[in-house]
Design a protein around this ligand. Structure first.
Ligand code: TYD
Length: 218
């Protein structure tokens, strides 16, 4: 049995990762290829805890009704969720020959948790890389580059309430981090796609990169 490919789609909030994971999976299905869409944070036990933190329902008690868990606690929760994700879902499917396409992976931790740490620098990044050390490397990471103002407008069009990391100033710094994401995951195969275009055009551009990587005709 040939192992499936592990493909990750990344970008800032509002970049369109969720939509594009679904659409890329449809392209695989259209070719009769086995594929599994998935996401982080997961729907598993640790992922559920993370979602409570993202929606301000998990707070550290204190003055003024408490505060969200620190960036360090969040980093460890995301890393634990990732290893659980790998064990429970990603690795068994890859071994079955299924291509797994994940909406976010450890690049999100390296970008978001370092951008929310009080001090920037190599030490924070080294620690984040260390706690994610046993996360299997993706075969291909596709980054959807979208100007922060475009992504902010898309977020405003959503019905759901604003989440923990959706502040405009943070998103500007995250967009910069994603632009030079190669330095966060040295050795990984990373491609950038302009995610500011129409939905169909973006799917076409992602699919072109994926078929090229797989050595298949576009
Ligand atoms: P989610 O509701 O899935 O947002 P989206 O659909 O926009 O991806 O929430 C995921 C949020 O968690 C998003 O703001 C990115 C953040 N995140 C991290 O900070 N670190 C991580 O390791 C991961 C996987 C996500």
């Amino acid at each position: 049995m040939i192992e499936g490919h592990f493909i990750v789609i990344e970008g800032i909030d509002g970049a369109g990762t969720t939509t594009q994971v679904q659409r890329l999976c449809e392209r695989f299905q259209g070719r009769g290829l086995p594929v599994l869409p998935t996401r982080e944070p997961t729907m598993g036990p640790v992922g559920s805890l993370i979602r409570q933190a993202l929606t301000h329902r998990l707070v550290v008690p204190g003055m003024h009704g408490g505060r969200p868990p620190s960036w360090k606690t969040m980093a460890l929760l995301f890393a634990a969720d990732r290893l659980d994700h790998l064990e429970a879902e990603i690795l068994p499917n890859l071994l079955d020959g299924v291509t797994v396409i994940s909406d976010r992976y450890d690049l999100s931790s390296l970008a978001y948790q370092s951008a929310t740490a009080p001090e920037e620098g190599g030490e924070v990044l080294a620690w984040l890389q260390a706690i994610n050390r046993y996360a299997r490397r993706p075969d291909l990471t596709v980054i959807l580059d979208v100007p922060p103002a475009v992504a902010a407008q898309r977020r405003r069009n959503r019905v759901q309430a604003s989440e923990l990391y959706e502040g405009d100033e943070l998103q500007v710094r995250l967009a910069e981090a994603y632009q030079s994401a190669e330095r966060l995951v040295p050795g990984d195969r990373v491609v950038h796609v302009d995610g500011s275009r129409g939905i169909e055009e973006v799917t076409d551009a992602i699919a072109r990169e994926v078929w090229r990587f797989r050595g298949e005709k576009g």
